[in-house]
Design a protein around this ligand. Structure first.
Ligand code: GSH
Length: 211
């Protein structure tokens, strides 16, 4: 069975929980309290020098940090990651977009403004850039989704899971999804997929808390 080092309100951790649920893969969850520094202990840094969640631990002990890598690993061989070369590249296109143009702005805004006490004051110099670049990302997503149901191809893929996590929480980072109708409809479409679970969901096999 997989073990997932994860934080309940972390959107990157949620991507991993969501794919494991959508694929019906049982896993053990270990809650890492990143707001109290449990991700910066020598033991945790030995598992992931970046000091971040999520980390997927394989049954043989190998460790895989990075939400996109975890999505790829878990999704390999399932309809969430097509075999055909171009179709797969389209999934990757949107996963790279998520890491470069979406999470650093919408994800960071939501993390610091919603989860970290005093985050607004600490990150005052970044707020304008987060807002500008975050709305840029939402405009790109809305334009793309205006004529298709999902980001890559006609069916749900890893790209949708990657982008759903922070987008459905964008309001917590101060973003208004009101003008982005195609994005709002897509969010609801993903929520109707089999195995969908909300961010607060935990599997029965969970341990709390841990480093
Ligand atoms: N690129 C990484 C980013 C992971 C990330 O930013 N995790 C956040 C929580 S959502 C974290 O652990 N933050 C604590 C820190 O960076 O110190 C991924 O996609 O997994």
């Amino acid at each position: 069975m997989f073990t997932l080092y994860s934080m309940k309100f972390s959107a990157n951790s949620y991507k991993a929980r969501l794919i494991l649920s959508m694929l019906g893969r049982p896993f053990r969850l270990i809650e890492v309290d990143i707001l109290s520094g449990a991700n910066k202990t020598p033991e945790y840094l030995a598992m992931n020098p970046a000091g971040q969640v999520p980390i997927l631990a394989l049954p043989d002990g190998r460790l895989l940090p990075e939400s996109g890598a975890i999505l790829n690993f878990v999704g390999e061989g399932t309809p969430l990651l097509p075999d055909e070369r171009f179709a797969r590249a389209e999934v990757l296109r949107w996963m790279f977009f998520e890491q470069h143009s979406h999470d650093p702005f919408i994800g960071q805004a939501r993390f610091w403004l919603h989860l970290v006490r005093g985050g607004r004051e600490l990150k005052q110099n970044l707020l304008e850039e987060w807002e500008d670049r975050g709305y840029d990302a939402l405009r790109v997503m809305d334009a793309h989704l205006a004529s298709r149901p999902f980001f890559a191809g006609d069916a749900v893929s890893l790209a949708d899971i990657a982008l759903y996590a922070n987008t459905h929480l964008a309001h917590e980072g101060g973003f208004d999804l009101g003008p982005f109708q195609a994005v709002r409809i897509w969010l609801q479409r993903l929520e109707r997929e089999p195995g969908f679970v909300p961010i607060g969901w935990v599997p029965e096999t969970s341990l709390q808390p841990s480093a």
